[in-house]
Design a protein around this ligand. Structure first.
Ligand SMILES: Nc1ncnc2c1ncn2[C@@H]1O[C@H](COP(=O)(O)OP(=O)(O)O)[C@@H](O)[C@H]1O
Ligand SMILES: [Mg+2]
Length: 271
C-alpha cells in the first residue's frame, strides 16, 4: 500500500513552501545588500523607558562623529520614535535614483526612523510581531546606508515582544545598555542584560545616566561588576538636556566631555 500518495494537494503545499523559502532568501539577500556599507551596528537599549535612551543615542552619535566615525541613527523604538523630534528634523526622507530612501541629516548624523511614517506625531503606531519584522525589513532594505561607519539603533525598551522581535530582525554587532542610578532601573537593566545574553549577543558596556545628587550614583558600575561587562561611563543629570531646542553635546561643555569619554571607551571595544 502506498502510504504517502502524491496527490495534487501535497504538490501544491510543497510548491508554496518552496516559494516561501525563496521569498525569505530574497528578502534576506536584499537586507544584507542594503546593510553592507555599515561597518558596525550598535543597539542602544534599556530596561525601561524614560532613562535617557534616545538622549544617549543622539549625544553618543554626535560624539562618535566627532571622533571621525560617520555615525547614523536608526530609530526603531516602535511606540516612541522620538529621535527626529529630539534632533529637530522636520523633513522626510527623499529617494535616490535606485528608489532607495536617503536618510535626512542633522549635525552630520543621518537618521532613519519609524517616526517618519506616522501621520501625526501624537499617533500611536500599533504593530504586532510579524508586522514589526516586516516593517523593519522594509525600512532597512529600502534605505541608502552609504557612508556610515557606525549605526546606533534606538531600540524599544524592556523585554517584551517588541524589543525581542527587533533584536531578532536586526543583526546587531552589540549593545550599549543605559541605566539610571535607581534601584528599580537597575533591576530592569539586569533583566535586559540577561535577555541579550540569552540571545547570545555581545554587550559593549553599561552607561549610567541621571547621575547626581538627586538619584545618586553607582548602579552602572555595580551592574557591570556583577554581570562582568564593561562600564562605559556616567552622564550627570543636567539642565542642558531638558531644553528641547538644544542638544547637550553641542551646547554644554561638561556633557560634551562626558560623552567623549564614553565614545572613546566604546571605540576601544570596537577595535
Ligand atoms: N542626563 C540627563 N539630565 C537631565 N535630563 C535628561 C538626561 N538624560 C535625558 N534627559 C531627559 O529625560 C527625558 C527622557 O529621556 P529620553 O532620552 O527621551 O528617554 P528614553 O528614550 O529612554 O525614553 C527627556 O526629556 C530627556 O531630555
Ligand atoms: Mg526614547
Amino acid at each position: 500500500m502506498n502510504r504517502n500518495p502524491i496527490n495534487q494537494k501535497n504538490i501544491d503545499q510543497a510548491k508554496s513552501k518552496i516559494q516561501q523559502l525563496k521569498n525569505q532568501f530574497e528578502q534576506r539577500k536584499q537586507l544584507a545588500n542594503a546593510l553592507e556599507p555599515i561597518k558596525t551596528k550598535i543597539g542602544v537599549y534599556s530596561g525601561k523607558g524614560g532613562v535617557g535612551k534616545t538622549s544617549v543615542t543622539i549625544n553618543l552619535a554626535l560624539s562618535l562623529n566627532n571622533l571621525g566615525y560617520q555615525t547614523g541613527i536608526f530609530d526603531v523604538d516602535i511606540d516612541c520614535p522620538n529621535v527626529t523630534k529630539a534632533l529637530g528634523i522636520n523633513i522626510k526622507p527623499t529617494v535616490d535614483e535606485q528608489d532607495k530612501m536617503i536618510p535626512p541629516e542633522q549635525h552630520g548624523i543621518k537618521v532613519m526612523s519609524m517616526g517618519f511614517f506616522q501621520k501625526n506625531e501624537d499617533e500611536a503606531i500599533i504593530f504586532r510581531g510579524p508586522m514589526i519584522h516586516n516593517a523593519i525589513n522594509q525600512l532597512l532594505s529600502g534605505t541608502n546606508w552609504e557612508n556610515i561607519d557606525i549605526l546606533l539603533v534606538d531600540l524599544p525598551p524592556g523585554t517584551s515582544d517588541a524589543p525581542l522581535t527587533v533584536m531578532q530582525t536586526l543583526d546587531l554587532d552589540g549593545f550599549v545598555v543605559v541605566t539610571t542610578p535607581q534601584e528599580l532601573a537597575k533591576l530592569d537593566a539586569i533583566r535586559s542584560i540577561n535577555m541579550i545574553k540569552k540571545l547570545n549577543h555581545n554587550i559593549y558596556g553599561v552607561i549610567e545616566n541621571f547621575t547626581g545628587e538627586f538619584f545618586g550614583t553607582g548602579a552602572g558600575q555595580e551592574i557591570s561588576k556583577n554581570m562582568e561587562i564593561d562600564f562605559l561611563g556616567n552622564i550627570q543629570m543636567r539642565k542642558s538636556y531638558s531644553e528641547p531646542s538644544t542638544i547637550a553635546y553641542l551646547e554644554d561643555l561638561e556633557a560634551n566631555h562626558e560623552y567623549n569619554k564614553i565614545s572613546n571607551n566604546l571605540v576601544q571595544k570596537l577595535k
